[in-house]
Design a protein around this ligand. Sequence first.
Ligand code: SF4
Length: 381
Amino acid sequence: MTYCHHGPVVPCRAWYDEPEMPIELLGKSLDELRAFAVSLGEPAYRGAQLYHCFYAERQFDFACMTALPAPLRQRLAAEASVTLPRVVRRYRSADGSIRYLLALSIAAEGADAAAPATIETVFMPSEGRQTICISTQAGCAVNCRFCLTATLGLIRNLTAGEILGQVLVALSENAEHLAPRTNVVFMGQGEPLLNYDSTLAATRILLDPHGVGLSPRHVTLSTSGIIPGIERLDGERVRPKLAVSLNASNDQQRTQLMPINQKYPLAKLIDACRRYPLRSWERLTFEYVLLGGFNDRPEDARRVARLLNGLRAKVNLIPWNPGELPYQMPEPAAVEEFRSILIDRAIPAFIRYSRGRDVMAACGQLALIEQSVAATQSAPA
Ligand code: SF4
């Protein structure tokens, strides 16, 4: 305890040479950055300039933000930070996909400082566009049986800045050969609707014409079927497209694959999908991983068709890849038959094969669905 002439003094951080933590700005909305500028005694429009630099220009070094006065740049460098996820490793596939292993900062605002974590982000280039598959949580609590991420359990939720930062890193890393269109899919590690607020905060910046400026047609959120999240999403003014990981044709099968089905069973899930207010151009996407001999029979296809009857939806069929988990590849003929049963019942169905098999093999959910993800955006809405 320190004493002054008034008596004991509560220790002050500055006395101990401990620098103040810089304020993390990545992930802040336009309003938050304007308020931040005002808190520094600057006009609010300085916050708008920062917003433009980070999200539209992908400029993260205060020293290079020449629209700002030099004293402000110096002050920002001392008092604020813009922390992108750090690239730990790049896995390049022969087909051009790059899987990034990214380290999160333990000091990120809102993050649990005791839990440093790595996540995965996938960049998939194709004709006229790139698709970036991002994570919303480190690990995942949902425990789908076909997913390696599930074996991690939930490590922690990502902040809005960490979610958005994955897109900014992937775009910056590939800046020299970007196609005109960018798709983003929330299909990496984690259940986005169980990290709702950060996922939506990141989405609003991604979809803001003054922010990252993506089209709502090109941003898709994939859920394991968290009904309260779906219901909450339908009230959002700005929202991504919705994809639901179906993977089974009845409750018994689905509960075996996705224990979350006990909490949110198929009938209630499909009901929530029926109530979901689609925009005029929009369809729901249902993802269906075909596991040989388990959920790939003609009667499964007929049940799926009955479940989805009347919904404005399409189905992405994803033949299982042999991997570390104990399931089998479906026979090509079974995949084809499944698809034609859906098509015959007026349900658009597409077969999606994984991209980047050479580097994605141990990647849990990512290994299963990248191609579905990329193709989700290329198929008619
Ligand atoms: S498939 Fe998605 S929701 Fe299911 S455990 Fe894996 S990351 Fe979580």
